[in-house]
Design a protein around this ligand. Structure first.
Ligand code: NAD
Length: 243
């Protein structure tokens, strides 16, 4: 009998994270969810309070402290870590927050959530990932590679940094048997989107936004054996946007 596999997922409360919980639960995985909020009474995702950890990824101290709690929950092995949580502060009237209008506090906040938390979790759980010959998936963005009409300067650069981190980690974790990849979504129908994103659908060759479940399917692929020799790559999920 195969042992139950475990996923640790940040930003589980809604959107792509919520769809990812459902996808992995459906395949029989135990999913440990991380979110800023306590486990809700009426829970939209599986796993139960015993598999939930309240953590503010914007606070490096909180992340470092909670790593010990997470380690205790894992029992020595971690099959997959998905660094999914992300924030995208909007500019005036919901538009792109440009380089000049982003204050230093915002640059720091965005980098803590979108980048540093992923570094801390992955390097702190190296032994557990190695024990399972596990996989890491970092959720980046198409905005990390090209200026985007709605994504801000801090958001885009944090995602570019996360893409670079993915390659560095794939190099360093490879000898441990741990694979590290990124997925770069385009316009996926979640709360993070700006008003007006729907109009972008007409410019996307597939003429529609993506759905969170479609991203979750790719995350699942990258965490399981059909992708056994894929590491250090970034898969765009964008309906051919920007081709
Ligand atoms: P979302 O806003 O619905 O979800 C973001 C998640 O991150 C939420 O669960 C939120 O609670 C969590 N989060 C935010 N700040 C946090 C903090 N300080 N501590 C802990 N958790 C925190 O958006 P989504 O679209 O589901 O985003 C998921 C990932 O996909 C993000 O990294 C986002 O940048 C990326 N992404 C999304 C799109 C898109 O079109 N939806 C496109 C490109 C990239």
């Amino acid at each position: 009998m195969t042992a139950t596999r475990t996923l640790l997922l940040t930003g589980a409360s809604r959107g792509i994270g919520h769809a990812t919980v459902r996808r992995f639960n459906a395949e029989g995985w135990r999913v440990i969810t991380c979110s800023r909020h306590p486990f809700p009474d009426e829970c939209p995702w599986g796993g139960g309070a015993a598999n939930h950890i309240q953590i503010d990824l914007a606070s490096p101290n909180d992340v470092i402290e909670k790593v010990e709690v997470i380690r205790g929950m894992l029992g020595g092995r971690l099959d997959a870590l998905v660094n999914n949580a992300g924030i995208s502060p909007k500019g005036p009237e919901g538009g792109r927050l440009n380089t000049f209008d982003t204050d230093l506090r915002t640059w720091g906040h965005v980098f803590h959530v979108n980048f540093f938390a992923s570094v801390v979790l992955a390097r702190s759980l190296k032994d557990e990932l190695a024990a399972a010959k596990g996989a890491v998936v970092n959720v980046t963005s198409i905005a990390g590679a090209r200026v985007h009409p709605f994504a801000g300067a801090a958001y885009a650069t944090s995602k570019a940094a996360l893409a670079a981190l993915t390659r560095e980690m794939a190099h360093d974790f490879g000898p441990l048997g741990v694979r590290v990849n990124a997925i770069a979504p385009g316009e996926i129908r979640t709360d993070i989107l700006s008003a007006g994103t729907e109009e972008l659908a007409d410019t996307i060759p597939m003429r529609r936004l993506g759905e969170p479940g479609e991203v979750a399917d790719t995350v699942y692929f990258l965490c399981t054996s059909p992708s056994a020799y894929i590491s250090g790559t970034e898969i765009e999920i964008n309906g051919a946007q920007h081709v």
